[in-house]
Design a protein around this ligand. Sequence first.
Ligand code: HEC
Ligand SMILES: [Cu+2]
Length: 465
Amino acid sequence: MKTQFKLAAAGVAAALLVVSRSFAEPALPVITQELVAPPLLPPQITRKSPARVVVNLTVEEVEREIAPGTKYTFWTFGGTVPGKMIRVREGDTVELNLQNLPDNKLPHNIDLHAVTGPGGGAAQTLIAPGNEASFTFKALNPGLYVYHCATAPVGMHVANGMYGMILVEPKEGMSRVDKEYYVMQGDFYTSGGYRAPGLQSFDQQKAIDEKPTYVLFNGADGALTGANALTARTNDKVRLFFGVGGPNITSSFHIIGAIFDKVYFEGGTRFQEQVQTTMVPAGGSAIVEFTPKVPGNLTLVDHSLTRAFNKGAIGLLTVSGADNPAIYGRGVKKPLPGAQASASPARAPAPAVPAVAGQQLRGKTVYDSTCAVCHQDKGQGVPGVFPPLARSDFFKERPYEMAHIVLHGRSGEIVVNGEHYNGVMPPQELNDEDVAAVINYVSVAMNEGKPVVTPTQVAEMRKAR
Ligand code: HEC
Ligand SMILES: [Cu+2]
């Protein structure tokens, strides 16, 4: 009996020893995460062993442009929409320090989908302005995860921009690529209509009805176009970390002119190959990889296309490099036998658009996001399909009619620079400021002219109809 008892006691002691040993983990190296503004993100991880990663994330309520001339009060993680990307390795321990800055007005917190445990950190981090909350979690599962504020009303905090992503790289690491970018889509609900000028407030009813005024990439109309376009060279391997903050709208994410070689669908660790469009739910993500082979602009869109062309969900990836006609030919256009000649491929090269400043900038922004899809980036048009706006005799002869065309659209026969067109231009849903700005931009930058119309005159033409 005695020996049996002794043996049992020894067994318990041994078990205790094992337990206590597994608790005493070797001290992990401490690394402070360097946070950067989207569309950039921290570099690929080269470490082969776990670390304790310290993330110092601020909550900042900031007023900034949601569209040219339109302001909105965003609530952000790290001052940006989406919030700064966090990048760790599977098995890392993450120490998250959340600071609700003293100038903020509301309590906030963070729920990370990469956390295993109820609320994802929401309870541990709920703090009023002027406080800091800290909590740690172990990144057990590799993948690309959304994080967001989970303070009531949660939909409102998310609609105001409180989301971002955390990438947990698998233990074995990720393949090397040439370019990595971070893009998140979100839906926004403002009191005024799309691009209504001035400071806009949040419209709760529109949010409940899921009728967004804006659907945007990276928190602003134009965040990824013009000077903000993403860039790559031909044959670069490009990896895009794409997420949807929502709060409501699922994305049919597509890049016009590219085919995804791989899509790590739903932000997980398996991939599908040769994908044209991938569906990303609100609060979800995807990692897409592709290799542009020819130069030009690739266009990021939500393929629910009125969101792209009427609500802002559009971005550009500008690819530089040499032409590759074997992969992408230039094409030839000519009139059908017996048809009126209208397509003359041999035409003067598009004039360069001079640099613009000040109020012209607004016109350029409107042009790039609204008119360029048809009339082309430099106003050169497409022979026989879309008339040119640059050096257009039609425009120069009747500059005052232009606001009417932009407001109400135009269809039927038209002759521009001696070429016949017979198409349909839909009315453009722009406010008076933007109509005036874009016409003056076309006049000054593309037709060597002067500003021709004021917002007040546009307002009168709108009424006159
Ligand atoms: C969806 C394509 C589309 C968009 C977007 C578009 N246009 Fe047009 N536009 C056309 C077509 C097609 C015509 C020719 C209509 C016809 O045949 O009567 C045209 C004609 C015009 C003309 C008169 C012809 C000329 O070349 O001078 C002007 C001016 C014009 N557009 C300005 C604009 C401006 C400014 C914008 C942006 C605010 C814009 N368009 C957006 C398709 C478009
Ligand atoms: Cu919040």
